[in-house]
Write a protein that binds this ligand. Structure first.
Ligand SMILES: C[S@@+](CC[C@H](N)C(=O)[O-])C[C@H]1O[C@@H](n2cnc3c(N)ncnc32)[C@H](O)[C@@H]1O
Length: 204
């Protein structure tokens, strides 16, 4: 028997409902178990400056700021419709004054971002995680946390499922991303079998 030992995230019911509605209409948003772990990690870390790669409609962004009311969020999104939907959701949640939104390719935006972030939530295109890594390492402060979603990629990474040929580049790039971080002595990294796979990395 599978028992769920997790408590539910402490976010407004309205946001949970919106997230489920988006999910049901095919709009990508974080899985329940992954969100639980994300918010728990944030509650422990209490970051002041969060960077998110992959805004979508703002559901994870709102949840993160609700959990960390003293934090500010910079969030990047390539899709114009999602960017404006998130803008509307941030305004309605009355947190738009704490958010800097960028519309465009994360790879390009990361290049010109500066300053330091003490928490980075990586939830964009999986094939590009490895390309973003040098900027992520540069932008993450010492003692900062990187939280990356979908790193076990539907069970393809650990070989429990065979990866279709069309997804092999993503698989290769994700493996490289995980290996690069786990071999980097400036980081302590763990990959957890939660949701679609979560990588948590702490910068020493
Ligand atoms: C999994 S969704 C993010 C879900 C969101 N974090 C949440 O939990 O509500 C990934 C998002 O990354 C965006 N994306 C894909 N490629 C991108 C790129 N090159 N630069 C920026 N965003 C990108 C997609 O449009 C999509 O909205």
């Amino acid at each position: 028997m599978l028992i769920n030992f997790n408590s539910q995230p402490k976010i407004p019911e309205k946001i949970t409902k919106m997230r489920i509605e988006y999910k049901n209409s095919g709009i990508p948003t974080i899985l329940d178990d992954s969100l639980n772990l994300l918010l728990l990690t944030l509650q422990i870390k209490k970051p002041k400056k969060i960077l998110e790669i992959g805004t979508a409609t703002g559901m994870s962004g709102i949840s993160m700021l609700y959990t960390c009311p003293d934090a500010v969020l910079t969030t990047l999104e390539k899709d114009e419709e999602s960017y404006f939907e998130a803008k509307k959701n941030f305004k309605e949640s009355k947190i738009d004054d704490k958010i800097t939104q960028y519309l465009g390719d994360a790879g390009e935006i990361l290049n010109f971002l500066d300053g330091e972030f003490d928490f980075i939530f990586l939830d964009g295109p999986k094939a590009r995680y490895i390309d973003y890594l040098p900027d992520i390492i540069r932008l993450l402060s010492k003692g900062g946390v990187l939280f990356a979603d979908n790193v076990l990629f539907r069970g393809y990474i650990d070989g429990s499922k065979e990866c279709p040929k069309s997804d092999r580049t993503i698989l290769r790039n994700l493996r490289k991303f995980i290996n690069t971080l786990t071999e980097n002595n400036d980081f302590v990294t763990n990959v957890l079998n939660v949701g679609d796979g979560i990588l948590i990395s702490y910068k020493l």
